[in-house]
Ligand binder design. Structure first.
Ligand SMILES: [Fe+2]
Ligand SMILES: [Fe+2]
Length: 482
């Protein structure tokens, strides 16, 4: 069978020759109804009958893998898509570096590998659950379509992880696959596994910040799993990354368009002072300091996803050859790190200090540092927009010690520059750093739906180009009342 093209004949589209793998095909077919039930219960609320102009993968060739068409979301072709196998691929790092990549699960690392797959898998449906109310307040049909595209692809990412569990982990893989449909974002009894995936996404600025900051954590995790010595995981993640790029595009351009509209409105009204929050809000746009506070919130929540500063799990997963560094294949060192060190920000005697630690123990922080660099690329593009209007303001990412719930800084309060604060100082200044109840109410007051083709809510600028090069007035979603 041609691995590049996807077989759409059966219930489950795939490029893994499911037709000749009766056991896995049967396992996935019996998981399918539960997935569809989950999608109806927890997927986008109120738009399940609407026709959405979605892209579907028809091949895994990076050039031209997508086909666009109107689809009802429950009929989306969720499938199993792996990037092509390279016959000679070797394990690129760790104790087994240079050995042929594993095509089956290495017995000694089975539990560790399963856990990595389950944690990644758990984030995928979680974000769909977090975003399920947003369709009702979409600022345009264009944005609504992008939300739904992200949602169906996160659903497909769940399929990707479930395939690995069903194919390679037998009975316990089946149990884990079932449990992925049972946990619920924010549920006090059966929450999703990671903190940021139990937070709410109450408005569209949150959605864009989430896709910018939190989907980017997803990108970093997928990049390091794409390096895995377990080849099926590597190939799965490589294809997921091509979808993930769109999620980050939605986040970056979404925030950028909000900033653009705010600056435009300020200029038209002759307001130059970004701190004139009352004046700016009267224009029906989101003031820049509030956008900064939202960035502080989502960035700090996402940093928690990288785990503890010093981590034996991360060291073990690297040593075992299961999870590499960001773009391991482009790094120039011994790829084993047994005697290397890495500088990590730590809390020592109540102070934030830089400390060299064994590189293997500091791998979470190395990935987090790469993440921060990646985040700053888009932030500087946002600042160029503000600059272009001559407004004296720049979005800045807060210090990594700010507003943390995991790791060494979870026990202290710090300001956005990393200065340690007393409890009283934090309470007094919290609303300078993070969205206050008033900020949230103001943003919520703007969340009025705009569902006329070609029209946009007043607080966000239109995109520069349409999806699939469609013209401005294109009807991205044909709304059918459920
Ligand atoms: Fe995903
Ligand atoms: Fe994503």
């Amino acid at each position: 069978m041609n691995i590049v093209n996807v077989d759409y004949d059966g219930l489950i589209p795939n490029n893994v020759d499911l037709n000749h793998d009766a056991r896995v095909k049967k396992a996935l077919e019996s998981w399918h109804p539960g997935y569809i039930d989950w999608w109806h219960d927890m997927g986008p609320e109120g738009f399940q009958q609407s026709l959405v102009y979605l892209r579907t993968a028809v091949s895994v060739d990076p050039k031209g893998w997508a086909k666009f068409d109107y689809v009802r979301m429950p009929e989306y072709k969720w499938g199993i898509l792996l990037a092509p196998q390279h016959a000679e691929r070797k394990i690129p790092f760790g104790a087994h570096k240079g050995e042929p990549a594993w095509q089956e699960v290495p017995g000694e690392y089975r539990a560790m590998l399963r856990r990595l797959i389950v944690i990644q898998g758990d984030t995928e449906p979680a974000s769909v659950e977090q975003q399920r109310h947003l369709g009702k307040t979409a600022p345009s049909l264009y944005d609504m379509r992008n939300l739904f595209q992200v949602n169906v692809e996160e659903g497909r990412h769940l399929w990707a992880m479930v395939y690995l569990l069903q194919k390679y982990f037998g009975a316990d893989g089946r149990d884990e696959a079932a449990a992925l449909l049972q946990r619920r974002s924010g549920d006090p009894d059966t929450p999703r596994m990671l903190g940021a995936f139990n937070e709410q996404t109450p408005d569209w600025l949150s959605f864009f910040m989430f896709t910018y900051f939190t989907d980017r954590d997803g990108k970093m995790q997928l990049e390091s799993l794409a390096q895995s010595g377990f080849d099926p995981l590597s190939r799965t993640c490589r294809f997921m990354l091509t979808e993930e790029a769109h999620h980050m595009f939605v986040g970056e351009t979404g925030v950028g368009r909000i900033i653009e509209r705010t600056c435009q409105a300020m200029k038209e009204a002759g307001i130059d002072d970004p701190a004139d929050i009352g004046g700016v809000r009267k224009l029906g746009v989101i003031d820049l300091p509030t956008i900064q506070k939202k960035a502080n919130l989502h960035f700090s929540l996402t940093l928690d996803l990288f785990g503890n500063e010093i981590s034996t799990n991360a060291a073990n997963a690297f040593h075992a050859g299961l999870k590499g560094r960001f773009r391991e294949d482009r790094l120039k060192d011994d790829h084993q790190l047994e005697s290397a060190t890495y500088p990590v920000l730590r809390l020592v005697d109540g102070k934030v200090v830089n400390q060299d630690v064994p590189a293997l123990s500091g791998l979470n922080m190395r990935l987090r540092d790469d993440y921060v660099v990646d985040c700053n690329v888009g932030v500087s593009r946002w600042n160029k927009i503000i600059d272009g209007y001559g407004i004296p303001f720049a979005i800045e990412l807060p210090h990594v010690a700010f507003h943390r719930h995991i790791g060494e800084f979870s026990g202290i309060h710090a300001d956005v520059d990393g200065n340690v604060l007393t409890d009283a100082q934090w309470t007094a200044r919290r609303d300078q750093f993070l969205p206050s109840a008033t900020d949230r109410d103001f943003i919520e007051s703007l969340m009025q739906p705009q569902s006329e083709p070609g029209k946009f809510a007043g607080w966000i600028a239109p995109p520069k180009v349409g999806i699939d090069n469609k013209p401005g007035e294109f009807e991205y979603v044909k709304i059918v009342d459920a």
